[in-house]
Write a protein that binds this ligand. Structure first.
Ligand code: MGP
Ligand code: SAH
Length: 375
């Protein structure tokens, strides 16, 4: 993760002129993207502008509620092979949806049994076609072709277990390939809907943010299918997870159950903007809708595009009535000037780029006491 600490941007820009981290910091500020890896930490030297005139809430930052989740979330080569297979299968499936539907009704056992039988038959047939063939090379080629065919058939079988939204929406296929990055326990029954596939916080990013937000009571204002809330349950004593969509709350509850933390989260169906006056929190985590994957269609994302017509500034300011400790998960192409402006005159913000396997996934802006202490 590449971390950039920011004060007022003007201050930052002048200060970094002579700093050793000059190039990297300016690169991060102007967002040229891919200069850092997950492992690098880039922190500006302390030039903290005091927030002292604000009332500070003490956060119990040291108690570990539960060990964090571990798992291999890196993409395997076979995942990319899967993608190719999925491409082929997808074409078939959209061309013949009815056939796919029928296929789905066949039980897994029936499918794998028939696949095995067919494969055996193929072997026999091909040997019979060339009973006297002594050319071993040709036989090897044949066998490898048979293997490929068998593999393809097995893959086709696996199509039957793909979630409906992945089969029917081509755009979601890349997220399926990344499913273990999203949830390491994906195979233990994680469920997502269309919007959640592209908006869930990937697990490693979520657990990193959760560590930084460690506190007694956190509000996850837009919990979606629970990617972030689940990780907050490992670092915070109490989690309130809010979403306006009842189906999301069902998914979040189910997914939290997969991770064994459902009983540590209070799920609330409701409009966060309406609920704010009733809330109390040490920390608020904001991961609002960005307007879908189209957020990438602009060079610089305007913070006011968040939850239009409300806008990202009003959303942030409404939270300040509850707490100054706000973590804001925003698009990687966000206008960083706007994130700095939210801190107000003399205020501070820490802007962090979240990487996964050298891929810049998103940006998180930390405010209030969530900003790392600077030397
Ligand atoms: P992405 O659209 O999946 O970008 O968003 P990707 O696939 O890295 O880009 P590409 O170059 O491969 O095309 C990256 C991450 O941003 C997702 O994994 C989500 O965590 C987050 N994200 C994306 N969207 C559209 C939203 C959103 O609307 N709201 C929130 N809170 N997060 C989102
Ligand atoms: N962080 C989540 C993803 C959030 S996506 C995760 O890791 O899974 C944004 C979510 O905001 C969507 O689920 C959407 O239903 C919800 N949402 C949109 N408007 C809302 C509102 N006014 N109040 C609460 N939730 C809202």
């Amino acid at each position: 993760l590449c971390v950039v600490c920011g004060q007022a941007k003007q201050f930052l820009e002048t200060e970094v002129q002579n700093s050793a981290e000059d190039a990297a910091v300016r690169a991060a500020l102007s967002y040229d993207g891919h200069s850092s890896t997950d492992d690098e930490q880039l922190v500006l030297p302390s030039r903290s502008i005091s927030n002292a005139n604000r009332e500070k809430r003490r956060l119990p930052l040291s108690t570990e509620i539960c060990p964090s989740v571990e798992g291999d979330m890196d993409l395997a080569e076979s995942d990319y092979e899967d993608m190719d297979q999925l491409d082929e299968q997808y074409t078939t499936s959209v061309e013949n949806v009815e056939e796919t539907q029928l296929e789905k009704k066949v039980t897994e056992d029936e499918v794998s049994e028939s696949t095995t039988k067919e494969s055996v038959m193929e072997n026999i047939t091909s040997i019979e076609v060339h009973p006297d063939d002594k050319n071993e090379e040709e036989m090897v080629v044949k066998k490898s072709q048979q293997k490929k065919k068998k593999k393809k058939q097995n893959k086709r079988t696996s199509l039957t277990s793909l979630p409906e939204e992945i089969v029917s929406n081509k755009i979601l296929r890349k997220y399926w390939i990344r499913r273990y990055q999203l949830f390491s326990k994906f195979d233990e029954g994680i469920k997502l809907d269309e919007e959640s596939w592209f908006s869930v916080t990937p697990e490693r990013v979520a657990s990193h943010i959760a560590e930084r937000c460690r506190c007694d009571l956190i509000v996850d204002a837009f919990c979606g299918a629970g990617g972030s809330s689940i990780q907050f349950a490992f670092t915070c004593s109490r989690v309130i997870a809010i979403d306006i969509d009842p189906n999301k709350i069902e998914l979040a509850r189910h997914n939290a159950d997969v991770y064994g933390v459902a009983d540590r989260i209070e799920f609330v169906v409701g409009d966060f903007m309406t609920l704010i006056p009733t809330l109390r929190a040490d920390v608020i985590f904001l991961s609002p809708p960005w307007g879908g994957p189209q957020y990438k269609n602009v060079d610089v994302y305007d913070i006011e595009s968040i939850m239009e017509p409300i806008g990202g500034t009003r959303l942030y300011q409404a939270c300040q009535n509850v707490t100054d400790n706000i973590a804001y998960y925003v698009p990687r192409n966000i206008n960083t000037d706007q994130l700095v402006m939210l801190a107000g005159p003399g205020g501070s913000v820490e802007i962090e780029q979240n990487f996964l396997e050298k891929r810049l996934v998103a940006v998180t802006a930390y405010y209030g006491e969530l900003i790392h202490e600077q030397a």
